[in-house]
Design a protein around this ligand. Sequence first.
Ligand SMILES: [Zn+2]
Length: 139
Amino acid sequence: MAKPADTRTAGRKPVAKATRSAAETEKIRAALAARRDELRAEYDQTLSEITELQRDRLTDSAGDDQADTGTKTFEREQEISLANSIRERITQVERALERLDEGGYGWCERCGDPIPVERLAAFPSATLCVKCKQLEERR
Ligand SMILES: [Zn+2]
């Protein structure tokens, strides 16, 4: 995705807790909402896969040996844990949207700089800017 040049704040270091423009906030909101819809679709998909696995287990388990049953149980457990982790991410995004309304979202916890919209869209739960994240990882 091309990064529009006008979102750069080159040469000017943003002050901690500077205000983000309304347009930028809207961009973040749209990105988060899109992410939430995406995750919800993924969640529904996973749930229907679980239902399918469950149905398979009930309908054609007569000829199964223990290994088959074990595999199916394992698959179902995998799907359930996937569904749970997707739901957790949905919750994260919803919480991010709430915090965005309160003005407490999208700021680096370490340096106070605004976290770029692109980064928030990719990682809604990001609490550090790229620079600080890299410093954290180097430790
Ligand atoms: Zn930072």
